[in-house]
Design a protein. Structure first.
Length: 152
């Protein structure tokens, strides 16, 4: 039986009916068509599904939709202001912080949280905070450079 779920996504209120077992990741992708948030492993090991819930980063594959009732969600689609990219998006472009791009939405959501939560004071701190976001192409040094530029 479906359950009601009210949440604000990228500034827009939504009133949904969801399966109690549906993850936030699947609801975003399948019910709201917000496919920028990626499904890599679907069990908390890759970070591709990272979004912000009330400003804190979470793995949306490990979060049930019903757990975010009444909360404010931000996805990669919500970072840019119209045509103007978020500074972290600009920095990833400038520093080549990706190759295939599949992990990039999650990397950027974590990177924004890294600075906001005060964990970008050194390369080591950044690498530690970002360690849950896996990049198979190995763009890590460029991602760290992007974060350090935005932090500066
Ligand atoms: Fe959620 Fe991999 S898809 S951590």
């Amino acid at each position: 039986e479906k359950m009601p779920l009210k949440m604000e996504v990228n500034g827009k209120p939504h009133s949904l009916q969801v399966e109690p077992r549906s993850t936030l990741l699947d609801i975003l992708r399948e019910q709201l068509d917000l496919t920028g948030t990626k499904k890599g492993c679907d069990h908390g090991q890759c970070g591709a599904c990272t979004v912000h819930v009330d400003g804190h980063r979470v793995n949306s594959c490990l979060t049930l939709g019903v757990m975010v009732n009444g909360k404010r969600i931000t996805t990669i689609e919500g970072l840019a202001k119209g045509e103007e990219l978020h500074p972290m998006q600009e920095a990833f472009l400038k520093h080549d912080g990706f190759q295939c791009g599949y992990c990039t939405p999650g990397q950027i959501m974590s990177a924004v949280a890294c600075i906001r939560e005060g964990h970008a004071n050194s390369e080591g701190e950044i690498r530690e905070y970002m360690s849950g976001n896996i990049c198979r192409c190995g763009a890590y040094p460029n991602i760290v450079n992007a974060i350090q530029e935005v932090k500066a």
